[in-house]
Write a protein that binds this ligand. Structure first.
Ligand SMILES: *Cc1c(COP(=O)(O)O)cnc(C)c1O
Length: 430
């Protein structure tokens, strides 16, 4: 057995991989990483792969960034973690101050967790309790979109649309009102109508601004989003923006909400928050919502919610340095330039292919939707496997090939991704 096969066998014997049929895991040529550096991951046999999915959308500046490694090492000498329940930690204060300066949320407070799904859960519970605290009855439901993905915990799953293989959990999901997905151009008109009609029942609307990632990079009309935000404001319904995927520069502005000029009441952050280094997520809460939880000590207005690793100091130190680097390196300019380059290349070489249904791109969030002539051909999976064989790590969402390179991707790497993708599509769909 090669080193690779040995590691896959050891892996399959004890590790359960998410969103993966373990009975087929070993047969799908998984990459077992030994280490990662820059924009590449290196497997146990020393083969190198360009990380064109940013380790599932979390890596922003690449792997082993010296400045981030240093921030992490420095924090280790000051202690890895202390609790946020009733106590504070200096680096978490500093991170929150830095975030407060840049998030599109008025007078924000930040409550931390470890995963995007938990940032969403917190937002849902805070929105719900906000109305209870204000003595408003009946505001106990949410409006969400078709195609939405907000994470895998039960609450996040409830506001998420069905599909993604999760239909069997339907009996556990609480009911919500549902607008169409972004693939339907009328979705925001319908959503605004629902807000107007059902405001007295709605605790909040939850939306992924600009891009529904897991739905296969479905793009929203910024005007529609702005209209939704206005409808929420007009009818006194809270707006939750889930920027777990779109936050920290992914779409070309620091937050996607900015492109639609909207200021949500609650903002969910995750994935890129720590540049892909450590598990940390956060919910930013606007002043008026936060204020509704103020009351006497131990009173029922308190938010009785909090995670053990909330505000982890190591993660906070990296997140803080990451924010500084995004600005110091003018990473957003690179996102915009590389996005234009990627769009031109895809338009030229990929969109015209008969095997391609549509190409969607916003910043460095891209999806190439294939058009298999029949069901069950597994084109998405096979095209990605062919790309991996050529040294570019891709992973599909169904028959949509996701292109999500690090925000610091170079022009040469963009060329390579499109070249390999074109070859992979040709090989599989010939
Ligand atoms: C990935 C994602 C989540 C869930 O984040 P996890 O860290 O995987 O729990 C939530 N919302 C959106 C929009 C996401 O893309």
């Amino acid at each position: 057995m090669s080193g690779h096969d040995k590691w896959v066998a050891r892996d399959a014997a004890v590790v359960w991989h998410g969103f993966t049929q373990m009975g087929a895991y070993a047969d799908n040529a998984p990459v077992v990483v030994d280490h990662a550096e820059g924009h590449e991951v290196v497997d146990v046999d020393g083969r190198r792969y360009l990380d064109a999915i940013s380790s599932l959308w979390v890596t922003t500046l690449g792997h082993r960034v010296p400045e981030l490694d240093d921030a992490l090492r420095a924090q280790i000498d000051r202690g890895a973690h202390t609790t946020m329940l009733g106590n504070g930690n200096r680096v978490v204060v500093e991170l929150s101050e830095a975030l407060a300066r840049v998030v599109p949320v008025d007078a924000p407070h930040f409550i931390y967790a470890s995963d995007g799904a938990c940032a969403v859960e917190q937002a849902l519970k805070i929105a719900f309790q906000h109305w209870v605290n204000r003595g408003v009855k009946g505001r106990d439901t949410f409006l969400a979109f078709g195609g939405a993905y907000h994470g895998d915990t039960i609450g996040a799953l409830s506001v998420g649309a069905g599909g993604f293989g999760t239909d069997l959990f339907d009996p556990l999901r609480f009911p919500v009102l549902r607008a169409p997905g972004f693939d339907n151009p009328g979705c925001f008109d319908v959503a605004c109508g629902i807000v107007a009609e059902h405001a007295s029942k709605l605790a909040a609307v939850i939306v992924e601004p600009l891009v529904q990632g897991a739905a296969g990079m479905q793009l929203a009309d910024p005007e529609g989003l702005a209209a939704l935000a206005r409808a929420c404001r007009a009818h006194d319904v809270l707006l939750i923006c889930d920027e777990v995927a779109t936050g920290f520069g992914r779409t070309g502005s620091l937050f996607a909400s900015e492109a639609a000029d909207i200021r949500p009441d609650l903002l969910c952050l995750g994935k890129g928050l720590t540049a892909g280094y450590l598990a940390m997520s956060a919910t930013a809460v606007a002043g008026p919502v936060f204020d509704s939880f103020l009351g006497p000590d131990l009173s029922e207005k308190t938010l009785y919610h909090g995670h053990s690793y909330s505000g982890n100091a190591l993660a906070a130190a990296v997140a803080l340095r990451h924010l500084e680097l995004l600005e110091a390196w003018d990473v957003l300019a690179n996102v915009r330039e590389r996005s234009e380059q990627l769009r031109a290349l895809l338009d030229d070489r990929v969109t015209p292919l008969a095997a391609v249904h549509e190409v969607r791109l916003c910043g460095l969030m891209g999806g190439v939707e294939l058009a298999p002539p029949a069901d069950g051909l597994r084109w998405g999976r096979r095209v990605c496997a062919a790309a991996v064989e050529r040294g570019v790590l891709l992973r599909p969402l169904g028959d949509v090939v996701v292109v999500m390179p690090p925000l610091t991707v170079t022009a040469e790497e963009i060329n390579r991704i499109v070249h390999v993708l074109t070859e992979a599509i040709a090989e599989v769909t010939a």
